[in-house]
Write a protein that binds this ligand. Structure first.
Ligand code: NAP
Length: 382
């Protein structure tokens, strides 16, 4: 029986993880569920999963939830508690599914403690990839990707020589605006941007998919997860989201992983790769799907994919700024402060104003992160 701490339990990935856990009560139990503000969802999950601990990192939410939880469930109200419960000796595995770099401290604590970590929270690796992977190498923590593309790469690399890899190709659906007239994109509303054609996801990542910043973040994530040089990383548009990624080898062979677009598959794989776990997703029937198609990414339509080339070629501080500026701009768009097209221009303007330097400690990460957030706020205010 694996005891799990689920960071970001109340979110889209958190709830899908709970679904997989409940399908395998003989294999997984909940040690701690960590949410931020969504009290109703946490009460529902705690009733089903019966954890020892519930953490709401928002203190008001923690105060509100106390009386509503099943008897015996202990409640905490801080990120420090989340960090402690992600690294506690009782825990076998941590599912890292908070959104944004807010998830970094608790996920890094789990890695430092040598836990098996299912990593959905890609912003951790974008912000502190070097520190994160170094910590995993020191502690022996097994970091398994939950992003469907990275889970696909992981599967396509099993049993194969890493040095023979010539290219990793992540697929991208192109989001809701793949075919929309670019001249109309300035008028896009948050509701339109969140309505992803293939995946049911949280608001922030759905908007990241619409700008394709999500794919840019995933290229940075892949660089760290699989220790790949930037020239081996690429992305291709695949509107059906059936092929999740491909790995090309030096003999010209290309391995692909296919599945219906449902995050419970990569979640189940991250929780236990082999033997495989039933995940509850629909079977893929290629005779019933529309034909699979692929096209190059249009950098004029998706300028984030051009910007990320500079980030990949640069030092750590650029990745931190790219992520932080995007978090600020994404939230500003959702709050109606900027238009859709200003998300990427904000990131671009911040990148033009930050240093391009290596980053060697978590304190430095937060300095660069904070500076980029301040610059993004300034850009948005002008
Ligand atoms: N959804 C997907 O299909 C998908 C696919 C691949 C990768 N990912 C990645 O997985 C992560 C989670 O995505 P999601 O779609 O599940 O997001 P989501 O539905 O928005 O859920 C985010 C979770 O993080 C918590 N949270 C938000 N702000 C927080 C803060 N300041 N401190 C602590 N916790 C906070 C939320 O708590 P409350 O709701 O309680 O406030 C919620 O539990 C992201 O990094 C995303 O890029 C998601």
């Amino acid at each position: 029986m694996k005891r799990i701490t689920l960071l970001g339990a109340t979110g889209s990935i958190g709830c899908s993880t709970a679904d997989v856990m409940l399908r395998h009560p003989d294999k997984f139990s909940a040690y701690a569920l960590v949410g931020h503000r969504n009290v109703n969802k946490m009460v529902e999950l705690a009733g089903k999963l019966q954890p020892e601990w519930v953490v709401m990192t928002d203190a008001a939410a923690a105060a509100e939830i106390s009386a509503q939880l099943p008897a015996g469930v202990k409640v905490e109200n801080s990120m420090d508690a989340a960090i402690a419960l992600a690294s506690a000796p009782q825990v076998d595995m941590v599912m890292a599914a908070m959104v944004g770099s807010a998830g970094l401290p608790a996920t890094l604590a789990a890695v430092e403690a040598g836990k098996r970590v299912g990593l959905a929270n890609k912003e951790c690796l974008v912000t502190a990839g070097r520190l994160f992977m170094d910590a995993a190498a020191r502690s022996g923590a097994e970091v398994t990707p939950v992003d469907s593309e990275h889970a696909a790469v992981h599967q396509c690399m099993q049993g194969h020589d890493r040095d023979s890899v010539t290219r990793v190709i992540l697929t991208a659906s192109g989001g809701p605006f793949r075919d929309r007239d670019p001249a109309t994109l300035h008028a896009v509303t948050p509701a339109e941007a969140v309505a992803h054609p293939n995946w049911d996801m949280g608001a922030k990542i759905s908007i990241d998919s619409a700008t394709m910043i999500n794919k840019a973040l995933e290229l940075i994530e892949a660089r760290w997860l699989f220790s790949l040089s930037p020239e081996k990383l690429s992305a291709i548009i695949h509107p059906q989201s059936i092929v999740h990624a491909m790995v090309e080898y030096c003999d010209g062979s290309v391995l692909a992983q296919l599945a219906m677009p449902d995050m419970r598959m990569p979640i189940a794989y991250a929780m236990q790769a082999e033997p495989r776990l039933a995940s509850g997703i629909n079977w893929l029937d290629l005779t019933q799907t529309e034909s699979l198609s692929f096209q190059a990414v249009d950098h004029a339509r998706f300028p984030a994919m051009r910007l990320v080339q500079d980030v990949l070629a640069g030092e750590d501080s650029l990745s931190i700024a790219f992520n932080a500026a995007n978090e600020v701009a994404n939230a500003a768009f959702r709050n109606g402060r900027i238009g859709f097209m200003q998300i990427v221009t904000t990131v671009e303007q911040v990148l033009a104003r930050v240093e391009n330097v290596p980053v060697g400690s978590l304190d430095e990460v937060w300095l660069h992160d904070g500076h980029a957030r301040t610059l993004a706020d300034e850009v948005i205010a002008t």
